[in-house]
Design a protein around this ligand. Structure first.
Ligand code: C2O
Ligand code: CU
Ligand code: CU
Length: 504
């Protein structure tokens, strides 16, 4: 053999070994990235129902709640005490409930050893009460926002919003539901007994490392944290017994990055009755409904006596590329919650054909349009700055916002203070599940959504509301912008944020 030949053979085998090693590593990462509990879950734990928050009504009619953020421990699995954060209790928070027209106040006490905030996701309220990154509550301090509930019945929620640390605060357990009722919702024949046939379903994915939560991001996961199993209301492998023919599930995706495609294991159909901002005009019959982080859906499922069915999350069908489909959790599937029907069931009325009042928000009276390009590195090319106001809108006007994902990974888009209508998805009429009131919308790569929204809140040129990607690590890293609402003809003011440090 010539010398050259021997050199070539040695080189060739070195390359082959290298390629095999890289290929093997990729194969391992690829295989390891897929999580599934579908079909293999033993439902051993009774579903916990968050208590309804107590409140007192002051002489002036204000309903006052107390919420205390604190650290604790919870036994998710027998014998393993996981350090957690929670509102009032060790993990998650009670369900607040109020009626349209009511004045509410919440005394938010922070007993953590770091500053946080509490944001009322989906609530229409003054910017100073919003609980965004400008309303930090220092350790030991109490913050008492108050506002008048002025929006239709809906399933809203609350969670911290400290700039740069929202993912961490939510993952440790700071999240809860805020239900709104109105005159109409109280007379509709929908299942409405809280915890009985009207169930809060707070879905989060988790991963444990020994007793503790493991909040590490996967090597390839550009969306952020992805757990290897799910829990509902903080209960792993949960089941719920029901004695009613129809059950309403108020689904909340309180995960920080994962998108769920909910359906049942037997593919039964259910009635979608509400989305983020309240009841649909009419129910939509579906067998799947998708929720990205922050979104809510109210569904009514019909049970037959003695049967069991499992609420499942199916793989994501959103046109993700090969890479993202696997490494952003798109191939994952989970058994989320088992429903167990009693041998005899109380009959429930059929789902009403008319639900919410029609609200015309078609964008025809829009005074201006805005464009938002979503990229991991920032919205419209720049990361969030606490003292920069990005957009100034006029009180009492309607606008259309066009939001494009021009990035190689999935994002979503959430706007504070308003409920918007989705006019179009990639130029086409949205599907039924996206026709109701929304405050958060999933925007996978290559997708453009057109939104119409009306800014009816009080003007406050100095205090911004947020818009952002609700994949919380993206938000923390700066995929967020700020808008203020001003009186006609006015400009933005100057942001005053006493003692707030933006850490990203
Ligand atoms: Cu649910 Cu700005 O957040
Ligand atoms: Cu929000
Ligand atoms: Cu994002």
């Amino acid at each position: 053999m010539s010398r050259l030949k021997r050199v070539l053979i040695v080189l060739g085998s070195a390359v082959a070994v290298f390629v095999a090693a890289v290929g093997g590593l990729f194969l391992w990462l690829y295989t390891d990235a897929k999580a599934s509990t579908a079909g293999s879950t033993e439902f051993t734990n009774e579903l916990a129902i968050p208590p309804l928050a107590k409140s007192v009504v002051r002489a002036d009619g204000t309903r006052v709640f107390d919420l205390t953020m604190r650290a604790g421990e919870k036994e998710f699995r027998p014998g393993k005490r996981t350090p957690t954060w929670g509102f009032d209790g060790a993990h998650l928070g009670p369900t607040l409930r109020a009626e349209r027209g009511e004045k509410v106040a919440v005394r938010v006490a922070n007993e953590l050893d770091e500053a946080s905030t509490v944001h009322w996701h989906g609530m229409h309220l003054p910017a100073r009460m919003d609980g965004g990154p400008h309303q930090m509550v220092a350790p030991g301090a109490t913050w008492t926002p108050n506002w008048t509930v002025d929006q239709p019945a809906a399933t809203l929620w609350y969670h911290p919003h400290p700039h740069g640390a929202t993912e961490k605060h939510v993952q440790r357990g700071l999240a809860g539901m805020f239900l709104l009722d109105d005159a109409r919702s109280k007379t509709l024949a929908l299942p409405g007994r809280y915890g009985v046939d009207d169930l809060p379903v707070v879905v989060q994915d988790v991963r444990f490392d020994g007793a503790a939560f493991d909040h590490g991001h996967g090597l390839m996961a550009s969306v952020g944290f992805l757990g290897d199993r799910t829990m509902v209301n903080g209960t792993l492998a949960p089941y719920k017994e029901t004695a009613d023919e129809r059950v309403r599930l108020r689904l909340l995706n309180a995960s920080t990055a994962r998108v769920y495609t909910f359906g049942f294991d037997d593919d039964r159909r259910f009635a979608l009755v509400g989305t983020d901002g309240g009841l649909l005009e009419r129910p939509a019959e579906l067998n799947r409904t998708r929720l990205s982080p922050g979104e809510r859906a109210e569904i009514v499922v019909t049970m037959r006596p003695g049967e069991r069915t499992v609420l499942r999350s199916y793989p994501l069908d959103a046109g993700l590329d090969f890479w993202n489909q696997r490494f952003s959790g798109g191939d994952d599937s989970f058994d989320v919650l088992q429903l167990r029907a009693a041998k005899t069931l109380r009959p429930s009325p059929g789902v009403p054909a008319r639900l919410g009042l029609p609200e015309v928000l078609d964008g025809k009276d829009a005074v201006r349009g805005r464009h938002f390009d979503l990229r991991r590195s920032g919205i419209n090319g720049r990361p969030m700055e606490m003292d920069r106001i990005d957009e100034t809108v006029t009180r009492g006007t309607t606008e259309t916002w066009t939001v494009r994902n021009v990035d190689g990974m999935p994002h979503n888009f959430h706007v504070h203070d308003v409920q918007f209508r989705i006019l179009a998805v990639n130029g086409e009429q949205p599907p039924p599940a996206l026709r109701g009131a929304k405050d958060t919308v999933f925007v996978p790569s290559g997708t453009t959504v057109r939104l119409a929204m009306r800014f009816d809140g009080p003007a406050d040129p100095d205090t911004p509301y947020m818009y952002h990607c609700h994949l919380l690590s993206h938000e923390d890293d700066g995929m967020m912008g700020q808008f203020v609402v001003v009186e006609k003809g006015r400009g933005p003011g100057k942001v005053r944020t006493p003692g707030v440090h933006a850490g990203h």
